[in-house]
Design a binder for this molecule. Structure first.
Ligand code: FHN
Length: 451
């Protein structure tokens, strides 16, 4: 209790003295009040802003959704038998990580084991793994080494629920195997053994847990697993799906009762929140695993998602779905290159920024750093932009990022920003406002509809 009081005082002190709202740090939950998020690791990851998510496995041979299609769409025996066929001979770790870098992505979260229980690394604890397929190669080992070579942070997704493992006590998809309640003790050991392999043997720097929602997994299990994993590496980051605290969109690790270091809104963009670390995970297509002829998001949609996620103060984990032969689709590669090209010109408005101060609207997102505000104009306005004045601040100068100077002026309580006729970029015109004081300490500003 004393430790918690000291920590609370420290958080209060930071928020009062620095005037920058202190981040609510997550950690090990009620059972471990002194075990807090590693602030340095969190800040470094937040500054990256943009990562690649990959869902991949033998299920791509059927083109259905990983995990969920085991039973309902692909009979369980057939689904599990796909590992005997899986031979992605065109897998190339250098190409995968190169594609991530071409997009301006700074970290990779690869599914190590999804709900179907198949393991993409040479784990010692099951034979249901990539090295037991005709492919034989240790995919996670190759990706981890390539991430080191190319300077990408290597992270792993791990599904707590496991509809394949006999000891896991919740069945799915018409699985008629008997359930032994005692199985969960063995299954918890299985999970810890595999997490130890991923952290100590494969150098995963962030554990992206999932599948925490079923009754087989408890709040106590979540806090225990968080504490166990941090014991393996203090700099490890762990999302809020390790425990039962994720209540919905944007739910970050703000309820210190639950374990986890950041929130995980899914297929949506979290609201403006610079105090609770969060990351939106969103698919480039309509499915997490590869679907033939899937509909992909346009380049403009991808850039808007990135701008609005950063505008909310969050990270974007963007999901790519490799094909059964181990390649990315060329159209996905092209989309990634398009995002990377945009970031080459406008990346300073994304990387290392905080969200706001203007809350995002359908046509506007904003990010800030130091005395700068970056206005992301998502729908190219005709000739000017009118937004609420910035309380306590004066705009010293302004320019179009990648373009020339512009001269904002005040009209009553509004800041009016005249714009050049030809926007610098049709996807997202970025305006830089240089203020006479810090932007990061400003409160959230709402932009009235119709501004
Ligand atoms: O059921 C999974 C789903 O397949 C996918 O992995 C997403 C990614 O965050 N998580 C779960 C759904 O919330």
């Amino acid at each position: 209790m004393f430790a918690r009081l000291v920590m609370m005082f420290a958080v209060l002190l930071v928020s009062v003295t620095s005037n920058v709202p202190a981040q609510i740090s997550g950690g090990g939950g009620d059972a471990h009040p002194g075990l807090k998020t590693n602030a340095a690791a969190l800040r470094k990851w937040q500054e990256m802003r943009f990562g690649m998510f990959i869902h991949w496995g033998p299920v791509t041979l059927r083109g259905t959704e990983i995990g969920w299609s085991r039973g309902p769409q692909v009979p369980i025996e057939e689904y599990d038998g796909l590992s005997r066929e899986f031979n992605p001979v065109l897998f190339n770790a250098k190409e995968w990580i190169g594609a991530a870098k071409s997009a301006g992505m700074k970290y990779l979260v690869i599914v190590s084991k999804h709900h179907d229980g198949f393991c993409l690394w040479d784990t010692k604890y099951t034979g249901y793994k990539i090295t037991s397929t005709p492919f034989h190669r240790d995919v996670l080992r190759e990706l981890s080494q390539e991430c080191t070579r190319q300077g990408i942070m290597f992270c792993t997704y791990y599904s707590i629920l496991d509809w394949h493992h006999p000891d896991y006590t919740t069945r799915y998809g018409g699985d008629t195997r008997p359930v032994l309640e005692s199985g969960m003790d063995r299954y918890r050991s299985y999970v810890k053994n595999q997490i130890r392999e991923l952290v100590t043997g494969y150098h995963s720097k962030l554990l992206w847990f999932d599948g925490q929602w079923e009754k087989s997994w408890t709040h106590k299990d979540g806090m225990d697993l968080y504490s166990y994993a941090r014991g393996l590496s203090d700099a490890l980051l762990i999302n809020n799906r390790v425990d039962k605290g994720r209540k919905g969109p944007g739910q970050a690790a703000d309820s210190e009762s639950y374990a986890g270091d950041f929130g995980t809104p899914e297929q949506e963009i979290g609201g403006l929140d610079n105090r609770h670390p969060w990351e939106s995970c969103i698919t480039i297509g309509t499915q997490w695993a590869w679907r033939p002829n899937d509909t992909l998001k346009t380049l403009k949609e991808c850039i808007h998602i990135l701008a609005k996620t950063a505008g909310g103060g969050g990270n974007l984990l963007f999901n790519i779905s490799p094909m059964p032969d181990g390649r990315f689709e060329q159209r996905q590669i092209d989309r990634l290159k398009g995002i990377g090209k945009w970031l080459e010109q406008f990346g300073e408005s994304i990387y290392g920024t905080r969200g706001g101060p203007y809350r995002s609207t359908p046509w506007l997102a904003s990010t800030c750093r130091g005395n700068r505000i970056y206005l992301h104009l998502l729908i190219p306005p005709k000739d000017q932009v009118r937004i609420p004045a910035i309380p306590g601040r004066t705009v010293r100068s302004a320019r179009v990022l990648g373009g020339g100077e512009i001269r904002p002026h005040m009209e009553g309580e509004s800041l009016v920003i005249p714009l050049p006729s030809a926007p610098a970029d049709g996807n997202d015109t970025v305006i830089v406002l240089e203020l006479d004081g810090p932007a990061e300490t400003l409160g959230a500003l709402d932009v009235p509809a119709g501004s």
